[in-house]
Design a protein around this ligand. Sequence first.
Ligand code: ADP
Ligand code: 3PG
Ligand code: MG
Length: 407
Amino acid sequence: MTSKSCYTVAMKLPLLSTSKSLQGKRVFLRVDWNVPLDAGFDAVDSLKLSRSIATVNMLKERGAIVLIATHLGRPQGRDLKLSTKRLLTLLSLGHGLEVGHLPYALDAERGLSRVSSIVSNALPGTVFLLENVRFNKGEEKNDKKLAKAYASLADLYVNDAFASAHRSHASVVGVASLLPHFAGQNLSDEVKALEKLIEKPKKPFVAFIGGAKITTKIEVIQSLLQIADHVCIGGAMAHAFFVAQKREIGKSFVEKEGVVVAKTLLKNKKIHLPVDVTVTKKIEDGAIARVVPVSGVLKSEMIGDIGPKTMQDWSELIAQAKTVVWNGPMGVAEIPVFSHGSLVIGRAIAARSKGKTYGVVGGGDTLPIAIATGMSEWFDYLSTGGGAMLEFIAAKGKLPGLVCLLK
Ligand code: ADP
Ligand code: 3PG
Ligand code: MG
């Protein structure tokens, strides 16, 4: 695959053919059900669940024995607070999916043979949920022995976990090479939707990147500068640029390492920075805010959001655009008074999407705002991938979890 041919990834992803019999076949299905468990349950979390539950139901209806594997959080060892057992009520009450929970360690002989015998005796259409794959030693190192253990349990491998496709882990990459492997519908849909951003996107192409830290998104900004016409930088990310311009940002959050990076990008004409900002003495609930031009921030103040002139300028860019991608809040959107920038930009994108403009949104902290716009169904695509969506753009589609499915 040459770097130009990334567009073909979705087309080449092997999908399970509808004519293939799955009756009694054991399927190792990797999903990404890494959803926040303590934040209560809302529509945002359910996107990751509902999209892959469709795949589970399809496999079940076709008579497969489904072994669902997911990670949950970033556990250090077997941290039972992050057991997949915690998903059971959510799956059952929230989505009507009943699964048998298999809390056994697959990195140990005893656990593996226990699961193996349960699965071998299961009836077609049975669905099991394995324990958090990150409890297994070697999962994150793509350990061969662990990948073999996973493969020994199944006849087929299906990956429906787009949000994990940037991880070279045993349940994402290692096991794929050991079994006949396929892409789930959710994975394939995500790739198809995001490929439109990297292969011949319709122009003008406007990108919005916000959030806290520029160093975590620098590669994607650099990639976007090659394919987009305008890259608008909001959120605390813009503060690094302001410091590079020797502007006063008062007590605003700024990532120090980001200033050096921002300096290298200052001269790029495609970069747009806020022209005005919303400031306050302290970013907290109930904060009193005022709007100032970027030159008007006082030493005692903090920037919490982009200002109304910036919202207007950037909405005009959106109105001209044919392609728009948005990742990262434009301000501290968790606090209502600083959520306007993100809501306005989100609504402007939604209003142009599904027709005149191709509008895509993604990111763990961005999806809740996209939903809060009340217009979430107007976007062309909501990606469940945070890091995966950004790395997909930066790596022009070549994520380890996708590349291994093409072999
Ligand atoms: P995503 O998960 O969508 O990629 P990020 O994790 O990069 O987004 O950024 C989200 C964080 O950025 C939020 O916690 C938000 O409060 C923070 N943020 C945005 N603007 C500012 C700001 N002006 N000052 C401080 N934090 C900000
Ligand atoms: C995500 O939430 O972005 C994915 O589930 C990946 O999680 P990770 O960053 O812990 O690998
Ligand atoms: Mg985040």
